[in-house]
Design a protein around this ligand. Structure first.
Ligand code: ATP
Length: 274
């Protein structure tokens, strides 16, 4: 699919800078009561790159994403989106972020087109901008022809695609996706991967997505951040991790395992591979 460069319809507020990393997570720690969910986590998402947040259940992925979205507040550390602190400028930051949750809850009594129009209204997009943007993604995600049917009749994969378009309609500079390929058939997964790649490469969007599937991370990510029990245990480009492990042609699983002599990562890899 082809994606046009950002248009004047971009909703990125002026106080956010236009260069540098899209996201900077700086030494955040977050506890729920006595449970330390995230401990001293740092990473960044550069413009035009896809960063995978990997980890088994309970590793702290969702908490990290919630902190970026301003839904939970870390006790320690800070998070900046386009240079601005998410707690100081919550509205401006939210306008620059597109978020696609793992489980979609769309208004099922609307058609896909009505729902996307409703979302575009919330962002205050004008008619021409919204129409072009929505049509672009309906075509790219192979939903054209279904937009005037009720969402209640959509398959799970179609609902996920509508949620993805809803997260993209306002030209976000940073896109955050929670397990975006879960439940998609192989063709839909391929189409979504291609859209994400094009968004990163053509529009310069920074993409952060969580996954517990190593193959997905290997296939699509420019960089990965591996969490275990709330801490970052490995991060970098897949190639850099391969080089560190002296295994230029190996897959991610072998690389992770060889990066530690103690076998520290083996339980992570096992959990991620399930
Ligand atoms: P999953 O893949 O299962 O969604 P995750 O990597 O997203 O896991 P989190 O949901 O961030 O991990 O959870 C990290 C830790 O924090 C876990 O031990 C979890 O039980 C705990 N936790 C998360 N949310 C809460 C909460 N609201 N109250 C108490 N503990 C929580």
């Amino acid at each position: 699919m082809s994606i046009a460069p950002p248009s004047s319809g971009s909703a990125t507020p002026l106080l956010l800078r236009s260069t540098g990393p899209m996201l900077e997570v700086d030494h955040i720690t977050k506890s729920y009561g006595t449970v330390r969910a995230v401990s001293d986590v740092s990473f960044s998402v550069p413009a035009g790159q896809i960063v995978g947040l990997l980890g088994p259940n309970g590793a702290g992925k969702s908490t990290t994403m919630k902190a970026i979205l301003g839904l939970v507040r870390p006790e320690i550390g800070s998070i900046r989106v386009l240079g601005q602190d998410v707690t100081r400028f919550p509205v401006a930051v939210k306008r620059a972020i597109g978020y696609v949750p793992e489980s979609t809850s769309l208004y099922e009594f609307l058609t896909g087109a009505e729902y996307l129009d409703f979302v575009a209204d919330l962002y205050g997009l004008d008619g021409a901008t919204r129409t072009a943007r929505i049509e672009q993604f309906l075509t790219g995600l192979e939903l054209s022809g279904h937009e005037n049917s009720l969402i209640s009749g959509y398959s799970q994969g179609m609902k996920q695609k509508v949620a993805l378009i809803a997260g993209l309609v306002h030209h976000p500079r940073l896109l955050i996706l929670d397990e975006p390929l879960n439940g998609l058939d192989p063709r839909s997964a391929r189409v979504v991967k291609e859209v994400l790649r094009n968004l990163a490469r053509i529009e310069g969007v920074g993409v952060l997505f969580s996954t517990h599937v190593l193959e997905i991370a290997q296939a699509i990510c420019d960089q990965v951040v591996i969490l275990r029990k709330g801490s970052v245990i490995a991060s970098g480009t897949v190639d850099a991790l391969r080089n560190r492990a002296g295994m230029s042609s190996s897959d991610l699983e072998d690389v992770f395992l060889s990066l530690t002599e103690t076998g520290d990562l083996s339980d992570v890899v096992t959990a991620l591979s399930k």
